[in-house]
Design a protein around this ligand. Sequence first.
Ligand code: HEC
Length: 151
Amino acid sequence: MVDMKLRIAFLVLAAVWTVAVTQSSLAAQAAAAPAARTVWDGVYTEAQAERGAATYQSACSECHGADLSGDGFAPALTGAEFTGNWNELSVGDLFERIRISMPPTGPAGVTPAQKADIVAYALKFNKYPAGTTELEGKADVLKLIKIEMKK
Ligand code: HEC
């Protein structure tokens, strides 16, 4: 009988402890999570997009088109195809895709900073607003900015 009471007391304590630990780790996660930003928050500058336009024209337009509309083989980087492919992903995902694989003939020929400029240009072309800070050429920073088709 005493044994039974002890066991119940132990189970209750264990349950209380589990709830407390779960809550404190959830609180820690919430505190660690940075404020979420999206492409609607002015995440690049006009000057950066202008630099990106120039690099895009020399390194990417041959396949993706001067107006970003693609060439049937290379996908469009604007319009429904672009927003459909990238909606809900992050600017970092887009940057990484370009950093690792574009241009296909030699991805290292364009620097990460220049690729961030090109991403800025693509955001501008897709009518996302400019702001006062540039996109950094770092995937982990850019992963915190979400691509959303609609505000
Ligand atoms: C020689 C042609 C060519 C050049 C130059 C080129 N691309 Fe591509 N790109 C492609 C092709 C083909 C694909 C699709 C197949 C693949 O992923 O390899 C693609 C895919 C992409 C994608 C993925 C699109 C999606 O929605 O899935 C992005 C983004 C991209 N390219 C950006 C760029 C950028 C930025 C540059 C310039 C730095 C560039 N590309 C240069 C041919 C090219």
